[in-house]
Design a protein around this ligand. Structure first.
Ligand code: TYD
Length: 212
């Protein structure tokens, strides 16, 4: 049995990851590839319970370190119960956010540090990395417009943080992608949905070749 491919979509708020992740799963399925769509934080019953704690925190909210541990715990359950079994069964896994969100939001913008996030990932998820990470980048002006439409004044505990925090998130994503250009693909998200979708299909085409 050939192991399935593992693809993560990453980027800041309002970059179109969720829409593109759905379209990608549809396109793979049409090609006869068995593929599932999942998300972080979440994807399993336990991880979805942790998601609620993270995005709608009790009391005064989490510090960046506690937050990093909770994301790592949610990811551990997600990898062990859903992602690994699916990949082993030959199914492709498309996830809306994964490890690099922790590196950008908690590691970089939150100040926890990249090596600590990677250590947590080794402990929680045996260091499992995607075959390819698609980093969708959109201009700050477009993001502001999309978020005003999508969330209004209703953003969650992390989405609602300052513009400076989200600027640090975007910078850290960019740095991480430059460290490992082999598995990262930068996708220009400043276009209509169909155009961005075709950019994504082009980026993953080397993986399609390998699965023939
Ligand atoms: P979600 O509603 O899924 O956001 P979006 O639609 O923007 O992807 O909420 C996920 C939030 O959690 C988002 O603000 C990013 C944040 N996050 C982290 O801070 N660290 C992580 O490791 C992950 C997976 C998400």
């Amino acid at each position: 049995m050939t192991r399935g491919k593992f693809i993560a979509l990453e980027g800041g708020e309002g970059t179109g990851k969720s829409t593109q992740a759905k379209l990608l799963v549809g396109a793979l399925t049409e090609r006869g590839i068995q593929a599932i769509l999942t998300r972080e934080p979440g994807g399993t019953v336990g991880a979805e319970a942790i998601r609620k704690l993270l995005l709608d925190p009790p009391g005064e909210g989490w510090g960046h370190r506690a937050e990093a541990l909770l994301f790592a715990a949610a990811r551990s359950d997600h990898v062990e119960r859903l992602i690994e079994p699916a990949l082993n069964a030959g199914t492709w896994v498309i996830t809306d956010r994964y490890l690099d969100s922790s590196r950008a939001y908690q590691g970089g913008a939150g100040g926890v540090g990249d090596s600590s996030i990677l250590q947590l990932h080794d402990i929680g998820s045996k260091g499992l990395r995607p075959d390819m990470t698609l980093l969708i980048e959109v201009s700050p002006e477009t993001v502001a417009e999309r978020l005003a439409q999508r969330d209004g004044a209703d953003s969650d505990a992390i989405g609602g943080r300052s513009a400076a925090y989200h600027g640090d998130v975007a910078r850290t994503f960019r740095q991480i992608s430059q460290q490992d250009p082999r598995t990262f693909s930068l996708i220009d998200g400043n276009a209509d949905i169909e155009t961005v979708h075709s950019r994504i299909l082009e980026a993953i085409s080397p993986l399609l070749g390998e699965s023939d």
